[in-house]
Structures are given as structure tokens and as C-alpha cells.
Design a protein around this ligand. Structure first.
Ligand code: ADP
Length: 450
């Protein structure tokens, strides 16, 4: 096992990793920018190193500074959390070159899944169902027209190097295709320095369903069920739950087993998530994330498995301690990502929290790094914290969620708590009857402005 882990992240995920390390008896090193000197992960870690000024590119993305921090502290492994360098294959390689373990998949898998076209191709080869569309990048405009006609409008243009909900364009009719392609290419070049675009069928009202996997890199891999992340705004997940209200056990078992088998085949190492759009009873692979995800607590609540602990164990070369049969699902969990934003305009609202009272009680979990008097800096994401609630059934979970949301007090800044309070009382949410555009349609009706 590792002796000392450097956590190359900040905020709630840094704290989450730190907690797992403490329970495993592993020493921790926090890194921070000058803006995060008072952050909770810095206070709770055994050691801390300042790695640069506030902009992420100068601190949390600063590989030389992180390497120096490993060297100064003698850390033998790095946990990247999510975001920042979590899916940077080169970072994993550089660490290996310096005899530091990267807690995550092998670089070749990070690279493969980071290239969306290669990932789709690999998925197809592994027997995972994919969204109908181009086999690779689109060459000529003529090819795009032919393919779009073949699969039918609307279609979606996606940047091969896109991510985080960026680099996607819906094209509703043929006469919009040529100009959309030109803009998509130019935008992709500007944002990702790669103008490769691919085309796929635009699914009208799918659900976003993702499968959590865990592998030991030696051919053992299991699934930990699914999460439904259909409630999104601008392709960003807002509310996640598991199990999905849309799946029956036959559909669930089939997709989960297909994915687990694929992970065994590629000898996947670490935690990962295989994402699908689910429509008309069909799963359509969109991408795989080769890291821990923001919404991982949903799975932890319904399986009682600590995903970060398992990530650390397999990264240290241990065999997967769990067989598929050891994973027992119980009850229902919902996660709300509470942001420091105006709940109507979604304008960021960084600043000082003058009063903070998180909810508690049975089945209520808060993953947050904020505290009374903490000032949310303007430089990073606007997450205040994640409220995760568990219940024996979905309806118990929803009742508990409402109760927890009512207890939650965050004063001094604006938060999206009112949005979640409204969602928890919406009939279609209560019925589990929603899709990936539901939230934007709900917001467009001005439901929160009254
Ligand atoms: P990113 O890596 O940027 O998160 P994804 O490929 O995972 O991109 O897609 C993010 C979200 O975009 C999906 O959850 C879904 O809401 C929407 N999306 C992606 N592909 C399609 C598609 N073919 N049809 C409709 N919506 C899509």
C-alpha cells in the first residue's frame, strides 16, 4: 500500500480523497493555490504545499509544481480527483517517469477514451452499443451530407476533442448543415486546437444513464450499477440518482454485464464510468470517463462500497477485493449539486458564506469543503457542496431530500438550493418521468421566477 498520497485537487473532492486516505492510514499531502490557503483540504491534510497563484493553469494544472511537491514531501502516489489533470495521460506518464504512482487508469486507456472517435470505435469493437453516426472524423462536407441524410435529421456535430459539455452543435435541417460544420470546425480549433468533427444522430428525448465500473488492471472488473443523470443544464449534470427510474432489471442487468465484460477484456484499471443515452429501450454509448466522477456518492450510498478506497487499493497493485456477487444494491440515492449561483440566471455568486447550516439525520450525506465564514473564490467551479440522500425506496428518498433541503442554510451568497426545492416537488420528477432536456424546458417555462 502507499505511504503518502498527494491530492492534486481542491474543494470537496480533495476532502473526499483525504477522508479515504485517513481511513486507510495513509498520510496526505494537500496542494493549494494562494487563493486556497484557508481551504478545508489544506487544514485537514498532514502536510500542504503551495503550488502557485490562483489561476488553475499556474497551480492545479502546473505539472512541474506538482512534481516538486511530490519530491519535497516524498509522496509515493498522486490522486487527481476529477477535472484538472484527472484525464491527462501525459501527467500519468510523467509521474511514472518520476516513480510516483498515478491513482487512475493506465495512460493508454485515458488517451483512448479521451479521443471520442477512438473511444466510440473501441466501444463498438467491444460489443457496446453506440449512437448511430460517422465511423470517424468527417472528411468532406459531401460526406457529412450523405451521412446525415442516411441517419436522418436532427443530427449532432461533436468535436472529437470536446468535453465538459462543450463542442456540440445540433443541426435540425439539411440547409443548416454546411454553415454549422464550418462554425463547429472553427470553434473546435479555437477551443481544443483540433478541428476534427464527427457526426451522430441527435436523440430527442433520451435519458443519460451511466454505468460505474471498477477494475484491477489484471482482467478482473465489476460494475456497480447505474446512475441516471438526465437532469442537466447546458449538458452539465445537476441532479443524479440511482437506480434509474427508467430501467427494469432485465435492461439494467444486460447493459451492466456488457460493460463489465468489456472492462475485463481491456483489463481496465481503476474506477471509470461508461455513459449512454437511453431512448426507446436502446442504449447508445456516448463516452467513457476514466476517473472518479462528481456523482460517485450515489453509487456509494446504494452499495456501501467506498469507491475512492477501491481506487487506491487497485492503483497500489492489489487484486480487486470484490467479486460481482459481493456488490449488493439497496435502496435509492439522489445527489443534488448545489452551486454558488443565482437560481434563475445561473450567474456565479462567489463570496463569503456568513451562515452555514447543513442538514443531517439518517440517510443524509454532505460532501462539501465549505464552512461558516469561508469565502468561495471566483477562480474555480462554483460548487458549494453535494447533498446526497438515501432512502429504502425512491419515495422515501424524495421525502428525505425535501426535508434535508428545507434544513439547508447557506447565507451570504446566492445558491441553487431554491431550484432543488422546486424540483423535489415537481410531479414529473416525483414520477421519475424526465429526460435530458426536461430541466431546460422547465427553466424556460420560468417556473422559478414566479
Ligand atoms: P461531454 O464529454 O462534453 O460531457 P458527452 O458526449 O458526454 O460530452 O455528452 C454530454 C451530454 O450532451 C449528454 O449527457 C447529452 O445530454 C448530450 N448529448 C450528447 N450526445 C448527444 C446526442 N447524440 N443526442 C442528444 N444529446 C446528446
Amino acid at each position: 500500500m502507499f505511504d503518502k498520497i498527494l491530492i492534486a485537487n481542491r474543494g470537496e473532492i480533495a476532502l473526499r480523497v483525504l477522508r479515504a486516505c485517513k481511513e486507510l492510514g495513509i498520510s496526505t499531502v494537500a496542494v493549494h493555490s494562494t487563493a486556497d490557503a484557508d481551504a478545508m483540504h489544506v487544514r485537514l491534510a498532514d502536510e500542504s504545499v503551495c503550488i502557485g497563484p490562483p489561476p488553475a493553469k499556474d497551480s492545479y494544472l502546473n505539472i512541474p509544481a506538482l512534481l516538486t511537491a511530490c519530491e519535497i514531501t516524498g509522496a509515493d502516489a498522486v490522486h487527481p480527483g476529477y477535472g484538472f489533470l484527472a484525464e491527462n495521460a501525459r501527467f500519468a506518464e510523467i509521474l511514472a517517469e518520476h516513480d510516483v504512482h498515478f491513482i487512475g487508469p493506465r495512460p493508454e486507456h485515458i488517451r483512448l477514451m479521451g479521443d471520442k472517435i477512438a473511444a466510440k470505435h473501441a466501444a463498438r469493437e467491444l460489443g457496446i452499443p453506440t449512437v448511430p453516426g460517422s465511423q470517424g472524423g468527417i472528411g468532406s462536407d459531401e460526406e457529412a451530407h450523405r451521412l446525415a441524410r442516411e441517419i436522418g435529421f436532427p443530427v449532432m456535430l461533436k468535436a472529437a476533442a470536446g468535453g465538459g459539455g462543450r463542442g456540440m452543435k445540433v443541426v435540425r435541417a439539411e440547409n443548416e448543415l454546411a454553415s454549422a460544420l464550418a462554425t463547429a470546425r472553427a470553434e473546435a480549433k479555437a477551443s481544443f486546437d483540433d478541428d476534427t468533427i464527427y457526426l451522430e444522430k441527435y436523440l430527442d428525448r433520451p435519458r443519460h444513464i451511466e454505468i460505474q465500473v471498477l477494475g484491477d488492471g489484471k482482467g478482473r472488473a465489476i460494475h456497480l450499477g447505474e446512475r441516471d443523470c438526465s437532469l442537466q443544464r447546458r449538458h452539465q449534470k445537476v441532479w443524479e440518482e440511482g437506480p434509474s427510474p427508467a430501467l427494469n432489471s432485465a435492461a439494467r442487468d444486460q447493459i451492466c454485464e456488457t460493460v463489465a465484460k468489456a472492462m475485463r477484456e481491456i483489463k481496465y484499471l481503476g474506477a471509470g464510468t461508461v455513459e449512454f443515452l437511453y431512448e426507446d429501450g436502446k442504449f447508445n454509448f456516448i463516452e467513457m470517463n476514466t476517473r472518479i466522477q462528481v456523482e460517485h456518492p450515489v453509487t456509494e450510498m446504494i452499495t456501501d462500497i467506498d469507491l475512492i478506497v477501491e481506487q487506491i487499493r487497485v492503483a497500489a497493485g492489489n487484486d480487486l477485493a470484490l467479486a460481482q456477487g459481493d456488490v449488493k444494491f439497496h435502496g435509492h440515492a439522489i445527489e443534488c449539486r448545489i452551486n454558488a449561483e443565482n437560481p434563475v440566471s445561473f450567474r456565479p455568486s462567489p463570496g463569503k458564506i456568513i451562515h452555514y447550516h447543513p442538514p443531517g439525520g439518517l440517510g443524509v450525506r454532505i460532501d462539501s469543503a465549505v464552512y461558516h465564514g469561508y469565502a468561495i473564490p471566483p477562480f474555480y467551479d462554483s460548487l458549494v457542496g453535494k447533498l446526497i440522500v438515501h432512502g429504502k425506496t425512491r419515495s422515501e428518498c424524495l421525502m428525505r431530500l425535501k426535508r434535508a433541503l428545507d434544513e439547508f442554510v447557506v447565507d451570504g451568497i446566492e445558491t441553487t438550493l431554491p431550484l432543488f426545492r422546486a424540483l423535489a416537488s415537481e410531479t414529473e420528477i416525483i414520477d421519475g418521468d424526465y429526460h435530458i432536456h426536461w430541466l431546460e424546458e422547465f427553466l424556460a417555462r420560468g417556473a422559478l421566477e414566479q
